[in-house]
Write a protein that binds this ligand. Structure first.
Ligand SMILES: CC(=O)SCCNC(=O)CCNC(=O)[C@H](O)C(C)(C)COP(=O)(O)OP(=O)(O)OC[C@H]1O[C@@H](n2cnc3c(N)ncnc32)[C@H](O)[C@@H]1OP(=O)(O)O
Length: 204
């Protein structure tokens, strides 16, 4: 039985992937939840230590920094959730805790780190390397050999040309076109992408 940490919209999508995979869901865990059930499963507000000593779980929270903090505070066996319609090269590698949404394509020799979100209908082309806690939003296109640091959010519908390096905890705005490397923590918007500010992230 698998617990999904979080009980918002992203958690619902993760739950439906697990259902399609035939995996049994024990319920959701969310200390801030306003409901007792979600999608017909119980929502618990107690800590995992009360539920079991070594549960299977996946973090269904959209915020990259919150996924990082939760993953570091929990003990258990993290699993991945890969939608059956995702096209994933057998030569690519997806680390534990990562969710891959419907229609996502991941081509040859890609590495995707732990606790990432590879969202609906995005494409990640050959030889890309993504760190941990990355969110690739719906409809994003990463060309070949793109490197993405830990905690990066790549906004919906954006495009990154081949060989680009995106620094850790950077944000790429919705619809941006990235043709130059992006420094750590930078927030980049537009076509061509320009830095508008820097994220202030406490990584601890
Ligand atoms: C299934 C799902 O829902 S997955 C979630 C998908 N969601 C996304 O991809 C969201 C991506 N987020 C964005 O694009 C955001 O607008 C961000 C993160 C880039 C910026 O957000 P904020 O920090 O709140 O910045 P804010 O809204 O104050 O905008 C700052 C300036 O940048 C401009 N700007 C913001 N986003 C963009 C964008 N995507 N493209 C062009 N310009 C933009 C604003 O117009 C504003 O300009 P101004 O100062 O001239 O008025």
């Amino acid at each position: 039985m698998i617990y999904i940490y979080g009980a918002g919209g992203h958690a619902k999508v993760v739950a439906e992937i697990l259902e399609l995979r035939g995996l049994a869901i024990a319920g959701f865990i969310d200390v801030n939840s306003k409901t007792d059930t979600l999608l017909g499963y119980p929502v618990y507000d107690e800590s995992l230590s009360l539920i079991g000593s070594s549960p299977q779980l996946i973090i269904g929270v959209g915020s990259n920094i919150i996924r990082k903090r939760i993953s570091e505070s929990l003990t258990g066996t993290f699993i991945s959730a890969i939608h059956p319609s995702a096209n994933i090269s057998t030569r690519s590698q997806i680390e534990t805790g990562t969710a891959v949404m419907p229609g996502a394509s991941i081509n040859s020799d890609v590495i995707v780190g732990r606790h990432c979100i590879i969202n609906t209908n995005c494409s990640i082309d050959h030889d890309c390397v993504l760190g941990a806690y990355v969110h690739v939003s719906p409809g994003v296109a990463l060309a070949g050999n793109v490197t993405v640091g830990n905690g990066v959010h790549i906004g919906i519908g954006s495009s990154i040309i081949q060989g680009i390096k995106i620094g850790k905890w950077a944000t790429i705005g919705a619809g941006a076109v990235i043709i130059k490397d992006v420094p750590d923590y930078a927030v980049v918007v537009g076509n061509p992408g320009k830095i508008i500010k820097y994220n202030k992230i406490d990584e601890q």
